[in-house]
Design a protein around this ligand. Structure first.
Ligand code: 3HC
Length: 300
């Protein structure tokens, strides 16, 4: 059997991240994927996006139409976590909300095989806290059963757009076993990704560095230091970034940026992570960036 031993993968959440994870798993790791979202409409949209990306890969000669068909046939929309009970690994890619993730992981622990790896694509939430939530009532964290349950939880942080970005950050909870880490790393590699490892600190490496950068850019705009376009152009042309920080914030989602910054601020109590008031107000207004049609820029 292949090193990661993942014969079937579950993906929970069919937004931009979950859909991308389903695609690279089916196309690159060639693993059958069961995709679920509480909104059936979201699954339909996600699968339509997968079709579009596969068609583009075929039209650019990167894959044959047979490979595209095989990859597409490997992805199946399912109607709940119960349908994932036989998967060898599940990746959760829902919004950045600790209590929601804890509920989901409790359900995973109750319904999935005890051998299955339970991975979260969280951008900043503690994997240790998520792992602790899998413990059934009455089971001690230091017992063999407790260690086994929480030991299969791991952070597998993909980057947006998943089919394009080459990195996966692997995060070990205090409880994660070395076998879980090795298999998760091997699976991410099979998806065509380079893997870096981070301890379970707020924001891990990527967002602990990226979010203060984005927040500073928003504060520059808020203070009137420069215009939106000048801030983004400065970073694009002066530092060779593919996108300016305000455009990148829109691309990630301003609600997601705020949720990550709140986790960083609460988790470190360090004022350098305090979200800007402008970001809070934009999220209050429902201006979430590209996905809602308006953020720092307008989108059709
Ligand atoms: N899904 C899949 N593919 C996409 C895509 C998407 N949402 N958006 C763009 N692409 C593909 C395009 O189809 C194109 O593919 P091709 O080479 O086959 O034609 C390729 O990306 C390049 O796209 P474009 O030519 O349209 O535009 P750009 O050259 O400007 O590239 C970009 C777009 C790849 C998004 C580039 O601007 C970029 O790298 N931006 C920075 C992205 C980034 O920093 N991501 C990390 C965000 S942080 C994160 O995810 C962590 C989280 O925890 C917050």
């Amino acid at each position: 059997m292949i090193a990661h031993g993942i014969r079937t993968l579950g993906v929970l959440g069919a937004g931009q991240m979950g859909t991308g994870i389903a695609l690279v798993s089916a196309l690159r790791a060639r693993v059958p994927v069961l995709l679920h979202d509480r909104s059936q409409d979201q699954v339909t949209k996600g699968l339509a996006f997968v079709d579009k990306l596969l068609e583009k890969d075929v039209s650019k000669g990167r894959i044959s139409s047979e490979e595209a068909k095989e990859a597409r046939d490997r992805i199946t929309g399912v109607d709940g976590v119960h349908a994932m009970r036989d998967v060898d690994m599940v990746v959760e890619a829902v919004s950045e909300n600790l209590s929601l993730k804890q509920k989901i992981f409790q359900q995973f622990a109750a319904e999935l095989s005890p051998e299955a790896i339970l991975a979260s694509n969280t951008s900043s939430i503690s994997i240790t806290k998520i792992a602790a939530s899998t413990m059934p009532e009455g089971v001690s964290a230091s017992s063999d059963a407790g260690k086994k349950t929480a030991g299969r939880v791991v952070g597998l942080h993909f980057f947006n757009p998943v089919p394009v970005m080459k990195l996966v950050e692997l995060i070990s909870a205090l409880q994660t076993t070395s076998d879980t880490l090795d298999r998760a790393r091997s699976f991410a590699t099979a998806c065509g990704k380079e893997v870096t490892t981070s301890k379970d600190v707020p924001g891990f490496v990527a967002n602990a560095l990226l979010m203060p950068f984005i927040n500073e850019a928003i504060m520059c705009l808020e203070k009137g230091t420069a215009t939106r376009d000048d801030i983004d152009t400065t970073l694009k042309l002066g530092m060779n970034h593919p996108m300016g920080p305000l455009q990148l914030a829109d691309f990630i989602g301003l609600d997601t940026c705020l949720a990550i910054q709140e986790t960083l601020y609460a988790g470190t109590r360090d004022s350098k992570y305090r979200p800007s008031v402008l970001l809070e107000r934009m999220v209050d207004a429902g201006w979430y960036g590209k996905k809602s049609g308006k953020g720092f820029y307008e989108y059709n």
